[in-house]
Design a protein around this ligand. Structure first.
Ligand code: MN
Length: 421
């Protein structure tokens, strides 16, 4: 694809040196969470085979770290994690998280993963209500667990759950304690998707300042963002612009509640808009997205960026005609960069020029009048289609979608209760 710069026809402000964030790293590593946070999408449960297939594809595409599951959740999950670890990945580090609890770390050791991100919250709110610990107790537990993990030869990272709602001095204190205990990387977590991009930048600046006292605290910073306000990608990129070099992402933006930052969207924004290397083979992104969609059984919105059916489909006559004159007209990137092809939709917005193009491709000659007549008939056909029929299909599909949400119904839950009690 001819770049904007080479074409010399369009201005690319993304590449103006004064708009380039000063702390932007040259390389950002993709830390994939699809098989951990992603699988926490309500209703999703993957088989071991599906997990292995996805993990291998993530590895092939170029993720640096693949969090493959949460061994402490269940025996089945622990077996799945162990199976992937046994299978081994070529490039990516196989990771599995643990709470700051020794039995969780033991479960990771048993599953034989190489990297364990340990998470424990830093916000006073969580310490008080969720963990019922004082700040001092939490720091002692964190240190003890990180030392336990590193003593057993694991690469340990520290994820400060709820970082973005934590007291900054204490957050930095926790990061320092983690690094002192042997943590390899630290992670800023916007656990409930609470901040704005400019606030994420401020938090990153404060963390860097808080850790600047000694060069030993200069470890890679990862970022974990949730999409509760639709800002997961923006907040992830904001943290990266302030120096975060590991991005937690889930393919298709799956995850708890409104999901996490989306793998394919963050990667393409970094590669195309920030000019940052992610090590990802972007031409495989579409296949990755479809594989995960199929196993998660959560259909993607048609208009979703990068991997939605409509992302590279042109409908209006003006747009279709524009695309035929130059591909840059209505596309920011070539679809082939993410392994896709351009499509055109025929309907009420079709134009004569596009009809003429299709006729030419089909080896048919027509007068201008005939082309106009064909365009008019296409418009009319689309407009006259029975809306009611389509509406019925829509309602059917919407109600059927609920069937895709697997899990235990309330009725099944009480059946289990009466069996046990
Ligand atoms: Mn999360």
């Amino acid at each position: 694809m001819e770049s904007l710069e080479k074409a010399g026809l369009a201005v690319n402000y993304n590449k103006v040196s004064s708009t380039r964030p000063k702390s932007l790293p040259e390389r950002v590593h993709i830390w994939d969470e699809t098989l951990r946070d992603g699988e926490q999408t309500p209703g999703v449960a993957l088989t071991i085979d599906e997990k292995i297939e996805i993990a291998k594809m993530l590895d092939e595409v170029g993720a640096s770290i693949v969090a493959v599951g949460f061994p402490a959740v269940s025996e089945g999950e622990a077996n799945a994690v162990a199976a992937i670890a046994k299978e081994g990945l070529t490039n990516a580090s196989v990771a599995a998280p643990a709470r700051a609890v020794k039995t969780d770390i033991d479960a990771c050791l048993k599953a034989d993963v190489s990297e364990v991100p340990i998470f424990i919250a830093t916000s006073d709110f969580r310490l008080k209500y969720q963990l019922q610990m004082t700040r001092e107790e939490m720091l002692a537990r964190l240190t003890e667990c990180i030392e336990y993990g590193t003593d057993h030869g694991l690469v340990i990272d520290y994820i400060a759950e709820d970082s973005t709602r934590s007291d900054m001095d204490f957050l930095c204190k926790a990061y320092k304690a983690a690094i002192d205990a042997g943590a390899d990387k630290i992670c800023v977590a916007d656990t409930v998707g609470f901040v704005r991009p400019s606030v994420m930048k401020y938090i990153m600046q404060q963390i860097k300042k808080g850790l600047s006292s000694d060069s030993k605290y200069k470890v890679p910073i990862a970022v974990h963002c949730h999409n509760d306000f639709g800002l997961a990608n923006a907040n992830t990129l904001a943290a990266i612009e302030e120096g975060a070099s590991f991005a937690h992402v889930c393919v298709n933006g799956y995850g708890e509640r409104a999901g996490n930052a989306a793998f394919e969207e963050v990667v393409m924004a970094l590669e195309e808009l920030h000019n940052v290397n992610t090590g990802i083979d972007t031409e495989k992104l579409y296949n990755l997205s479809r594989l995960v969609e199929r196993h998660f059984m959560i259909p993607l919105p048609l208009h979703k960026a990068i991997s939605g059916d409509n992302a590279f489909t042109h409908s209006s006559g003006i747009h279709s005609h524009g695309q035929l004159t130059h591909s840059m007209t209505y596309e920011p990137i070539s679809p082939s960069e993410v392994g896709r092809r351009r499509e055109f939709h025929l309907g009420k917005f079709v134009g004569r020029h596009f009809v003429e193009y299709l006729l030419k491709m089909g080896g048919v000659t027509a007068t201008e009048k005939q082309a106009r007549e064909i365009a008019n008939r296409v418009k009319k056909t689309h407009e006259e289609q029975k809306k009611r029929q389509t509406k019925e299909s829509f309602d059917k599909i919407k109600s059927k979608l609920k069937n895709l949400r697997t899990g235990v119904s309330e009725r099944e839950f009480w059946a289990i209760v009466f069996e046990v009690i």
